[in-house]
Design a protein around this ligand. Structure first.
Ligand code: FES
Length: 132
């Protein structure tokens, strides 16, 4: 019963206090993704060149399959104001203000968002995609 104490922190991030931001980017933006080896999904559930919504460590994320044997993963939290983006073919559309991201790279294709979606490092392990 000692193992579950650490889980409650992440949900409070949208509150009123700004608090200390411990994750301000220094170039590459990388989303927290939990311990390496966390299952993200399987390659076969994503068409080549497309993407799907997944959950990584309780956070909304996007699993993309740029090529037959590679995977990419991004936070699904829009870098504009934090809405959850939705897959649309090889793009990700934000429902709030219309930002569009490249689903295979996380890059901004259309604003108002200016920053790419933070990447979540993943690797292909057999047919599974896990955090790296
Ligand atoms: S929150 Fe996504 S475009 Fe504004």
């Amino acid at each position: 019963m000692a193992g579950a104490a650490a889980g409650a922190v992440a949900l409070a991030a949208c509150g009123t206090g700004s608090g200390s931001s411990s994750n301000s980017g220094t170039g590459d933006t990388v989303a927290p993704a939990g311990p390496a080896g966390t299952a993200v999904g399987t390659l076969s559930e994503v068409e080549v060149g497309k993407c799907k919504s997944v959950t990584v460590s309780g956070q909304p994320a996007i699993l993309a399959r740029p090529t037959d044997s590679t995977a990419a993963c991004f936070s699904a939290i829009c870098t504009h104001q934090g809405c959850t983006v939705a897959p649309a073919g090889n793009e990700l559309h934000c429902p709030c203000h219309g930002s569009v991201f490249n689903a295979l790279t996380g890059a901004v294709k259309k604003g108002p968002a200016e920053q790419p979606l933070p990447s979540i490092p993943v690797k292909v392990d057999g047919t599974n995609v896990v955090t790296a």
